[in-house]
Design a protein around this ligand. Structure first.
Ligand code: 6PG
Length: 496
């Protein structure tokens, strides 16, 4: 048999599905797995009669590949990735390419990239989104690494990727180094945010007395036609909520345990945001809510101690509430994406990723978990103005927000009155209030407190109606301190 166009290491569900996808586009794929039986099962099962070269030794696997070799790792992030790289390097030639397609931490990718560059081996860290079905039929792909390395796989990636409604492939060169994995991690953070916001909506709708099926059909409406909420996550929420219990009456969702686990990419998103000083409260709220969900014992215990508002009949009609929930969810989503894109913008600057935000929104339109109608609007917003200071500044979104923000406030109020915690929705709402706030009084107070207890200094603004920071004629911000313990509390200007 001819040599393979690409090699796939890792025969778990994502590796298998991607390998099948690549082969189905006319490529020959060599496959390898640490546990031999997995390769054998694949070879004798779904791969039978197709253009695969199953390999049971790494040396043979490497030998079976066309030069320059392209090897994709679909293994668990962390030590397994390093382990395979270590074993592969002595078997490879300069100019060969290793691709890590797992959900790796971007700083690991940066490290691996520099280690492999020293050895003359190309490295791509790529996000692959879309789960099993996406991997098989067309995922969104977010590759980062050397541009020359990307050239080696551009065609394969383009062939296997999802295609957006306009036929454009959902893959683009993201940027150097860890750019691809950073973007994938942020995608996952946004995914957490979306899931949280949808979950909060379902909870409030449930408080109106709607059952799972009724909520599902509301979500189906929201996913119909050109609805602004139309998205994969809304679609699967609707579809899954209709599922009946396998035994007895009722819906399965009502007996699913209220525990959301996580593998960690959402947490990385929040950690990165912390490091970059970018507020992403909705995504953080989603991570915190998953954490709270996991402490079931504590919640059962505390539920017996604290009295929270509960079970009050909602005053609003179902119809009115559905309209409010729909627009509230959309605004909360805009806010959450604005946070996610702000994070991308900051990371691009700090790590030299040179991210094209419009391109990223564009490839997220299909294949990935957050694929949605709405990403078309984000693409257009960045095409119109790539220098947007924040997504919420785009007239595409600010108009809707200005007109309907009250609905998000109302939604949060209704939720709180009926005892539904809406950490995600409230964070989205408050993010909008904060970002559009010329003077944050809470920050004035805290700045002053810091000066009082720690002589940390404070800046000043012009005064009432003059929110700008006071600067000297050279444009340098002026800094002050009050000697709080001295009689008369004199104010001094600090020069550093
Ligand atoms: C995707 C998903 C995928 C996976 C998440 C689940 O883009 O296809 O995001 O990467 O389903 O890792 O993440 P949690 O376990 O953290 O929810």
């Amino acid at each position: 048999m001819d040599k393979a166009d690409i090699g796939m290491i890792g025969m778990e569900v994502m590796g298998r599905s991607l390998a099948l996808n690549i082969e189905s586009r006319g490529y020959t794929v060599a496959v390898f797995n640490r546990t031999e039986s997995k390769t054998r099962n694949f070879a004798e099962g779904p791969a039978k009669g197709k253009n695969f070269i199953p390999c049971y030794e790494l040396q043979n696997f490497v030998k079976s590949l066309k030069s320059p070799r392209k090897i994709m790792l679909m293994v668990k992030e962390g030590a397994p990735v390093d382990g395979f790289i270590e074993k592969l390097v002595p078997l490879l030639d300069r100019g060969d390419l290793i691709i890590d397609g797992g959900n790796s931490f971007f700083k690991d990718t940066i490290r691996r990239n520099s280690e492999l560059t020293e050895k003359g081996i190309f490295f791509i860290g790529t996000g692959v989104s879309g789960g099993e079905e996406g991997a098989l039929k067309g995922p969104a792909i977010m590759p980062g690494g050397q541009p020359e390395a990307y050239k080696l796989v551009e065609k394969i990636f383009s062939d296997i990727s999802a295609k957006a409604q306009d036929g454009e492939p959902c893959v683009t060169y993201i940027g150097p180094n860890g750019a691809g994995h950073f973007v994938k991690t942020t995608h996952n953070g946004i995914e957490y945010g979306d899931m949280q916001l949808i979950g909060e909506c379902v909870w409030v709708l449930k408080k109106t007395g709607m059952n799972a099926e009724e909520i599902a059909s509301t979500m189906e409406q929201w996913n119909g036609g050109n609805d602004i909420l139309r998205s994969y996550l809304i679609e699967i929420t609707a579809d899954s909520m209709k599922e009946k219990k396998k035994e007895g009456e009722g819906y399965l969702v009502d007996v699913v345990a209220d525990i959301t686990r996580m593998k960690g990419t959402g947490t990385w998103t929040v950690q990165s945001a912390m490091e970059l000083l970018v507020p992403i409260p909705t995504i953080a709220a989603a991570v915190f809510s998953r954490e709270m969900s996991q402490d079931k014992d504590l919640r059962l215990q505390m539920a017996k101690i604290l009295k929270t508002p509960e079970g009050k009949k909602l005053r609003e009609s179902k119809k009115k509430l559905m309209d409010i929930a729909h627009d509230a969810l959309y605004i909360a989503k805009i806010s959450s994406y604005a946070q996610g894109f702000a994070l991308l913008q900051a990371a691009s600057k700090k790590y030299g990723f040179d991210l094209k935000l419009g391109q990223i929104a564009k490839i997220w339109r299909g294949g990935c978990i957050i694929r949605a109608q709405f990403l078309d609007e984000i693409t257009k917003a960045y095409e119109e103005n790539p220098e947007l200071p924040n997504l919420l500044a785009s007239p595409k979104f600010s108009g809707f927000v200005n007109e309907n923000l009250w609905k998000l406030a109302k939604f949060i109020d209704i939720a709180h009155r009926s005892g539904v915690p809406v950490l995600g929705m409230a964070s989205s709402y408050d993010y909008i209030l904060q970002i559009a706030c010329p003077v944050m009084v809470s920050a004035q107070v805290a700045a002053f407190q810091r000066d009082y207890f720690g002589a940390h200094g404070y800046f000043k603004i012009g005064g009432e109606g003059q929110p700008e920071i006071v600067k000297d004629p050279e444009g340098k911000i002026r800094e002050f301190h009050i000697e709080w313990m001295v009689d008369g509390r004199p104010e001094k200007e600090i020069t550093r």
